[in-house]
Design a protein. Structure first.
Length: 642
């Protein structure tokens, strides 16, 4: 058995691997960048080695530094986790050449499945059904356009070396193809260093079904059943579950057998996932499910498989890497109950899911469920890495019970001031169609704004905010809540409020109060029973953080009066976060129309297009493609047409 292990990763997956290694008595070594000097995985490991600056390309993606860290600390093996170098065959070969154990598949297996076009050709030879499309070497835009036209729209452009939804675009018509191809190639080159793409026919009622496979060095390969990962946004998985709803025994047998054939075709060793696309227009049927790709690593969503099978997949990885056979045979594996996982991201659904950064002043996960996280209260969320804060995992006897448990856990997740998608997750899990398993990969897009939390505070939220401040007041903690007279609700005055700091509102005489919710002043009248209100709230700087079904907001004492500072004028588009300009589509003086794309900003490994707020002329354009910008900096200013 391996005695010492270096984890070549960060965040929640590094912590997940550390937990199992520690339970097995294996000494652990973490690596970290400048941004992660105080990260949770660094704190939990037996030893930690600094490997470079914050950008991943200068630290976590530098294989030589990781191998040197393993050598310096006496680690016997390297576990790559997922992402970063986990599917890099050259890195795997370098690890083995250095005399270290690679906790993963053979480099040749990674290489065979790493390029989607070659992988599909191999699957065809192995008798595994694949989706119709174009896998050719000719990457000229005109050839790709012609192939897309021949396949028929909608068509899917996918990066050959892609994964995780990066370098992928759905194209609805021939007129959209050229722009989508250019954007896809840019993102693929940035994420994978390879801008080649393949084309696939887009399935109109698609379900994303994947099968967990596991092989050892003794010729054994088993499957651990399927997962449904159909709930996606921009091809990024959001909610996953196991088993797949609506999967009958015959179809399960067919898809899992195909997955095992696929793994054997590349002499697979270790944990891997065979991903399929299913046309679910008539339910799940074996003859309407096609191979998409293989992920030659542990998946983000592996906990749902662990929950229904009772298997620790990381332990299996470490045992197989140590030369042991698989701990169980196929007939010893079975499905027990239902599991669901939701990915909690640092992003603001009310603002187009823009990534959110900052210090986690409050981080209170629900204690009732399994949390996989790499952060802690007080940790800093930066813009350097993937914005996932945690995975929330539940297991229950039935799908209905699992869905309810996960919805409650998302609603109870208390995080502030970093914005998260928790309220969005709660709404998705509470949706009647999701509860009835009427799902496909377009579920989130089709629901539109129904799943989004309110952009402006509701009256109930305002009342909760006011009540939370009053509750804090009566606990004897300092607040600045003020009563409000009817004659003071008009124009701002120099000092319109009665009393001073610490004034206590007498609800019996005047229940009318003013409160600022996320900086905007509101006046509300509390119900007579306000003293018994139940509000999830925590005192923070300048007020109280209130949680409403996963949506956190700041309740602070309202102030009415002159404001300081200046806001950007109409037509000024500011950078919503730090990042790099990947494309500038206009020039100074250009005439633009409302909604036209002006510049594209890349941050947290995603592209964000900024568009014209109205018809007008580009008056200022201080940025260029390739340039770095800070949050709040001017990207472009449009003067409104007369």
């Amino acid at each position: 058995m391996i005695q010492s292990l270096l984890i070549a990763n960060r965040g929640e997956i590094a912590c997940r691997i550390l937990r199992t290694a520690r339970a097995m008595g294996i000494r652990t070594v973490a690596v970290y960048s400048d941004a992660d000097a105080n990260a949770l995985h660094v704190r939990q490991a037996d030893e930690a080695v600094h490997i470079g600056p914050s950008p991943a390309r200068e630290s976590y993606l530098v294989g030589e530094r990781i191998i040197a860290a393993a050598k310096a600390t006496g680690a016997e093996a390297i576990h790559p986790g997922y992402g970063f170098l986990s599917e890099n065959a050259e890195f795997a070969e370098a690890v083995l050449a250095a005399g270290l154990v690679w906790v993963g598949p053979k480099p040749d297996s990674i290489r065979a499945m790493g390029l989607k076009d070659a992988a599909k050709a191999r699957m065809i030879a192995a008798g595994v059904p694949v989706t119709p499309g174009y896998l050719g070497e000719d990457q000229r835009p005109e050839r790709l356009q012609a192939e897309a036209d021949a396949i028929g729209y909608p068509v899917l452009i996918k990066a050959v070396a892609g994964g995780g939804g990066k370098g992928m675009r759905r194209v609805e018509s021939a007129a959209e193809f050229a722009d989508a191809l250019a954007s896809c190639k840019r993102e693929a080159a940035s994420s994978f260093g390879d801008d080649r793409v393949l084309l696939e026919k887009y399935i109109l009622s698609p379900r994303h079904i994947e099968v967990q496979v596991f092989g050892d060095g003794h010729g054994n390969v088993v499957h651990l059943f399927e997962r449904d990962c159909s709930l996606q946004r921009r091809h990024q998985k959001v909610i996953e579950e196991a088993p797949a709803p609506g999967m009958d025994a015959e179809t399960r047998e067919a898809i899992c057998a195909a997955a095992v054939r696929a793994a054997k075709a590349v002499d697979y060793v270790g944990a891997g996932t065979i991903e399929f696309i299913a046309d679910a227009g008539e339910g799940l049927r074996a003859d309407r499910i096609w191979f998409m790709e293989m992920n030659t690593r542990l998946q983000v969503e592996h906990p749902v498989t662990e929950e229904i099978t009772g298997v620790d997949l990381v332990e299996w990885q470490l045992r197989v890497a140590s030369g042991e056979p698989l701990p169980k045979r196929q007939e010893e594996l079975s499905i027990n109950g239902w599991a669901m996982e939701a990915r909690l991201y640092a992003e603001d659904p009310a603002k187009g899911f823009l990534p959110s950064v900052g210090r986690l002043e409050i981080f209170r996960p629900s204690p009732e469920v399994r949390y996989e996280t790499g952060v802690y209260e007080g940790a800093e969320i930066t813009g350097f890495y993937d914005p996932m804060i945690a995975k929330i995992v539940v297991h229950a006897e039935s799908r209905v019970e699992a869905c309810e448990a996960l919805a409650q856990a998302c609603a109870a997740t208390d995080i502030f001031p970093v914005k998260t998608n928790a309220p969005f997750l709660w709404r998705a899990l509470d949706d009647a169609d999701f509860r009835a398993a009427h799902i496909n990969t377009g579920f989130i897009a089709e629901k539109g704004d129904v799943l989004l939390p309110p952009a402006e505070p509701t009256d109930d939220m305002i009342k909760q905010a006011a009540a939370a401040l009053i509750v804090q007041e009566y606990r004897g903690e300092p607040t600045m809540l003020h009563g409000c007279d009817d004659d003071l609700l008009g124009a701002p005055q120099p000092n319109p409020w009665r009393g001073a700091l610490g004034l206590r509102v007498n609800a019996a005489q005047n229940r009318r109060v003013a409160v600022a919710v996320d900086g905007k002043v509101h006046v509300t009248e509390l119900p007579a029973s306000w003293r018994t209100a139940t509000v999830i709230a925590e005192p923070v700087t300048d007020g109280v953080a209130v949680n409403d079904d996963g949506l956190s907001f700041l309740a602070s004492p309202a102030r009415v009066g002159p404001t300081s500072g200046t806001a950007a004028g109409d037509g000024a588009l500011l950078a919503p976060m730090p990042g790099r300009i990947t494309a500038v589509d206009v020039a100074p003086g250009a005439q633009v129309t409302k909604g036209q794309r002006l510049v594209t900003l890349e941050a947290m490994k995603m592209e964000h297009a900024l568009t014209a707020p109205f018809d007008g002329t580009v008056a200022e354009l201080p940025v260029t493609a390739g340039g770095q910008v800070t949050e709040g900096s001017l990207l472009v200013r449009v003067e409104k047409a007369a």
